[in-house]
Each structure stands twice: as structure tokens, then as C-alpha cells.
Design a protein around this ligand. Structure first.
Ligand code: AMP
Length: 112
């Protein structure tokens, strides 16, 4: 999608701090980290949010969770949080599906 920030990051038009990449997904450090480790994992194909996941595109979501587990193991992360905000009220500011992976500090529940 031409006006999507994360599509531009995938294309390399906007720089990012890459953590992982394969044919289906891309992971990079969040520009405003909310924990000592905070990276985002996104599908390369544009999907607006979890609310647009369906039987046609859901395989990439399973793949992303495999990738999250692999990165976490490689980085020695034994406790972490995975978050996806859907819609403005929930805090979504970039409308390309992404999973926040946060680790390295105590976290509260419920979230604010
Ligand atoms: P959300 O608010 O859940 O949609 O998450 C969007 C995330 O993207 C926020 O945590 C931002 O800090 C992050 N973000 C925005 N622009 C960039 C960028 N250029 N590089 C890395 N992360 C970004």
C-alpha cells in the first residue's frame, strides 16, 4: 500500500533497525521502545489489523507467531508480552497489522 508507513519500511524506503526478515514477514525495533526489548513483527503483505485476518490470509499470522517464538528463544527471552492493538481506541496508530513484542521489565495487568 503506497501510503502505508510499514509498507515503506518493508520496501526499504524508510530506514529501520531490522531484527529478522523472511519471505513472509519482517521484524524491526520499535522507534519508541516501551521496554528494554521492544520489536514489531509485521506481514509483508498489507493487512490493516487483526480485524482483517481471514481464511485467505491467516497462515501468515501463524507464521509470525512461529517467528516470534524463534526470535525470543534466540535472544534468551523467557518472559515477554505480545500485543496487537486494533483500532484507535485500543491504541492502534499504524494501520498495518503488527505484533509488538516487549520484554526486559516487570509488566502490569490489566494494561492501561
Ligand atoms: P500501534 O500504536 O499499536 O499502532 O504501534 C505502532 C508502533 O509503531 C508504535 O509503537 C511506534 O513507536 C512504532 N513506530 C512508528 N514509526 C516507526 C518507525 N519508523 N520505526 C519503528 N517503529 C515505528
Amino acid at each position: 500500500m503506497s501510503d502505508c508507513l510499514f509498507c515503506k519500511i518493508i520496501a526499504g524506503d524508510i530506514p529501520s533497525s531490522k531484527v529478522y526478515e523472511d519471505d513472509l514477514c519482517f521484524a524491526f525495533n520499535d522507534i519508541a521502545p516501551q521496554a528494554p526489548k521492544h520489536f514489531l513483527v509485521i506481514p509483508k503483505a498489507h493487512i490493516g489489523s487483526v480485524s482483517e485476518v481471514n481464511s485467505e490470509n491467516s497462515a501468515v499470522v501463524a507464521h509470525i507467531f512461529e517467528v516470534i517464538a524463534k526470535i525470543a528463544a534466540e535472544q534468551g527471552m523467557d518472559s515477554y508480552r505480545v500485543v496487537s492493538n486494533i483500532g484507535e481506541q485500543a491504541g492502534q496508530s499504524v494501520f498495518h497489522l503488527h505484533f509488538h513484542v516487549l520484554s526486559g521489565r516487570d509488566m502490569t495487568w490489566p494494561p492501561g
